[in-house]
Design a protein around this ligand. Structure first.
Ligand SMILES: Cc1cc2nc3c(=O)[nH]c(=O)nc-3n(C[C@H](O)[C@H](O)[C@H](O)COP(=O)(O)OP(=O)(O)OC[C@H]3O[C@@H](n4cnc5c(N)ncnc54)[C@H](O)[C@@H]3O)c2cc1C
Length: 400
């Protein structure tokens, strides 16, 4: 297969597809292709997440996450409504279970207000009990605009619209070489060479490798963090109505184990955040020598490990010990028991780490010659995907 395009997007997850969707809408007449290494789209982060339409309370005011999440949530709801994708704006509560968590709760209220999240309210314990009768807590923040959907279904709809408009989605098309020596980019793939005027790297867990293939480095490494879920057995689901979150530790880009109602029915608890020894390793035993050595060879990894080894050890302990995982959940819902929980799969987050050992807090999109690298788009990037796609296409408007 030898093909020529004006724009090639590497990665058929929700961010790559949202970018292609925006290109089809605004760069009319251009030949656009999405290259996906798997046999179907949306089978990594996009198909393994909590399905929450985040509202934007966590992110530093002014950050890309803050701006994109608030606008992205509104755009996502509109998209789901327009295309008949199931969603439910069920609201969530963030719950402080001790005095030491009250400043963190106030900070979320402050950030959410600054970010323009509608309807936020600090609520009394009585109101918390009305919303979530089985939830313990001394104070709570109610976020009525948070919702749930199915991001794999959203991504499939993006793909359908792209193909109807004439874009191509090439699956089984792993990128293993990029040559930018000539006027065109030549992309070597499992299905042959592909030429393009411009390329966008949306390869998620492999985005740092695609950057390296293109000859660009940013001193970033993708570190995979597995998030494991438990489901609540049917007879006990009534102890959680909607979404119940703890006050997250602001030093980490993860939200702490919480309860989520799935749009397909059922309640899940999790995800935790365990360092994975394989980038697409969904089981505890998954190991890939290349992935593990690459992580270990990156100086930033050891700086991060030195700083957070205690938290990391705690995550491993709760991952291997269901009783410890349950105790973390009991802080929010004391009635939950070990026997109420059954394993319910996992997802692996692509989290960028810099050479100083800092987990990148914000989204990171890096323009380069004839390319754009999407280097860090963890949660809430599914929520914000339509707005992220718009921003990426804005970057290449001048050159395409
Ligand atoms: C456990 C978990 C819970 C989450 N919960 C939420 C949530 O509730 N709400 C929310 O908004 N966000 C959530 N997120 C984040 C969200 O899922 C991600 O931010 C989003 O899916 C990222 O999309 P993506 O397209 O960048 O990555 P991906 O979906 O991982 O897509 C990248 C694609 O690139 C392909 N690829 C990689 N290398 C190559 C190559 N060499 N050649 C060709 N193709 C390649 C991969 O196969 C993959 O399909 C969660 C994530 C996880 C893991």
């Amino acid at each position: 297969m030898d093909l020529k395009f004006d724009l090639v997007i590497i990665g058929g997850g929700i961010v790559g597809l949202a970018t292609a969707l925006e290109a089809m809408r605004t760069l009319r007449g251009r030949r656009v292709a999405v290259l996906e290494k798997e046999s179907t789209i949306a089978c990594h982060q996009t198909g393994h997440n909590s399905g929450v339409i985040h509202s934007g309370i966590y992110y530093k005011p002014g950050s890309m996450k803050a701006k994109n999440c608030v606008a992205g949530a509104a755009a996502m709801v509109e998209f789901c409504r327009e295309h008949g994708i199931p969603f439910d704006i069920c609201g969530k509560v963030v719950v402080a279970t001790g005095q030491s968590e009250l400043p963190g709760l106030q900070e979320l209220m402050r950030r959410g207000t600054a970010n323009g999240v509608p309807g936020l309210a600090m609520i009394s314990v009585e109101r918390l009990r009305e919303l979530e009768p089985h939830c313990a807590g001394i104070a709570a923040l109610h976020v009525p605009g948070t919702g749930v959907t199915d991001y794999a279904a959203v991504a499939r709809k993006y793909a359908e619209i792209i193909e109807t408009a004439g874009g191509q989605i090439l699956t089984g098309c792993e990128v293993h070489g990029i040559n930018r020596a000539s006027q065109q980019i030549v992309i070597e793939t499992a299905r042959g060479s592909i030429e393009s005027d411009f390329a966008i790297n949306c390869a998620g867990l492999h985005s740092d490798r695609i950057m390296r293939l293109a000859g660009d480095t940013q001193g970033l490494k993708i570190v995979p963090f597995r998030g494991e879920y438990y489901g609540i057995v049917p007879g006990r689901r009534k102890i959680v109505r909607n979404l119940i979150y703890p006050v997250a530790d602001p030093r980490f880009p993860f939200l702490g184990v919480h309860f989520t109602r799935r749009i397909s029915g059922g309640i899940e608890a999790g995800p935790n955040a365990v360092l994975a020894l394989k980038r697409e390793g969904y089981r505890k035993t998954d190991f890939n020598l290349k992935d593990a050595l690459e992580t270990a060879a990156f100086p930033g990894f050891w700086r991060m490990a030195a700083r957070y080894w205690w938290n990391g050890a705690g995550e491993y302990y709760r991952s291997l010990n269901k009783g410890a995982f349950t105790r973390a959940l009991q802080k929010l819902v004391p009635e939950i028991q070990v026997s109420d929980l059954h394993p319910a799969g996992s997802g692996v987050r692509a989290q960028a780490l810099d050479a100083r050992g800092k987990l990148l807090d914000d989204f990171c999109i890096v323009p380069s010659r004839r390319m754009i690298h999407v280097c860090n788009v963890p949660s809430p990037a599914a929520t914000a995907s339509l707005i992220i796609g718009k921003q990426i296409i804005e970057h290449c408007r001048g050159v395409l």
